[in-house]
Write a protein that binds this ligand. Structure first.
Ligand code: ZN
Length: 310
């Protein structure tokens, strides 16, 4: 029995950040490899306007072609009702609403303020209620906005209350531009869990400043058991300046497993999949385990002392 649930988001967050278009069949084969790693949930794509993110314009086709073992939940991001209809038609299990914590990031991302965007969610949530698709919310730039800096706790509470009014009680807190630190993570998560004990919060962490694993551990220590990550650390955000990838799945799984926290994911298969992505997109992958190997891979001790440098 796993202690944490890792949602693989490379097919959405990772692929959407790549400048070069990946052919659909190649995407399908990468996703099928990820499915074989044992994830319980994969964020397969985003039903955004094809002009906004051309890389994901084949969302429906990808969902039609990938394997669907029982027990695997497929999630997609949706910006609007049109996206939701496409997601329902493609038979995803879950959709995630895209929302920014701050008005500046929201204007860049969705061309309206945070609460204008939330008002637009109302018909989506109602429509989804008549379908088998489960709706989750998100709060991007939750731990710092590249335009406004710190996001006050009051703002998180206000946003979460609005979600509550709509009946959305599953929220992904995203450190979109890697501005979080363990203290901030604990402060925000504790405040939200105290105010909304019936909610389920998860963490989506980018490793922009090398803090993502520390942040994941901090989240785990205050009760978070759901984390997003991307194989090979692929990722970014087209709307956030200098954003880099999600925490690499192999780094997160390896780190947790080293600490005795079960993930239920096959690390060696993840590493194999990560290697092939790194080979294909060397400039867009970022992973400690691919560089250093697992802690358990011991080296043969040298027979004599070899002194290099001082
Ligand atoms: Zn992301």
């Amino acid at each position: 029995m796993a202690n944490v649930t890792i949602t693989e988001v490379c097919p959405r967050d990772g692929f959407q950040s790549l400048p070069e278009t990946i052919p659909t069949d190649e995407k399908v084969s990468y996703i099928n490899r990820m499915i074989d790693c044992g994830f319980k949930q994969i964020e397969v794509t985003s039903f955004v306007h094809p002009k906004a993110v051309p890389q994901l314009k084949d969302a429906s086709e990808v969902l039609e072609k990938i394997n669907r073992p029982s027990g695997l939940k497929l999630r997609a991001l949706i910006p609007n009702l049109k996206g939701l209809e496409r997601a329902i038609e493609a038979k995803v299990n879950k959709v995630k609403l895209m929302l920014s914590a701050t008005d500046s990031h929201s204007r860049h991302n969705a061309n309206r303020t945070t609460f204008e965007a939330m008002n637009g969610f109302e018909p989506l949530v109602q429509r989804a209620a008549d379908s088998p698709v489960h709706v989750g919310g998100s709060i991007s730039v939750a731990f710092g906005c590249p335009y406004e800096g710190e996001v006050p706790i009051e703002r998180h509470i206000e946003i979460t209350k609005r979600y509550e009014q709509m009946g959305v009680t599953n929220i992904s807190l995203a450190d979109t531009t890697g501005m979080a630190n363990p203290v901030k993570i604990k402060r925000v998560v504790n405040a939200l869990r105290e105010e909304f004990p019936h909610f389920h919060f998860s963490l989506h962490l980018h490793n922009t400043r090398g803090m993502a694993f520390a942040n994941a551990v901090a989240g785990y220590e205050v009760g978070i058991t759901d984390f997003d990550s991307a194989v090979a650390g692929l990722g970014g955000c087209p709307y956030a300046p200098n954003a880099s990838g999600n925490i690499a799945t192999e780094d997160l799984v390896h780190g947790f497993e080293e600490m005795g926290i079960e993930t239920g994911v096959d690390l060696d298969r993840v590493i194999d999949a990560a290697k092939s992505l790194q080979h294909r997109f060397p400039e867009h992958s970022d992973s400690f385990i691919l560089k250093a190997g697992k802690c358990s891979e011991l080296h043969i001790a040298p027979k004599e002392q070899v002194k290099i440098g001082d």
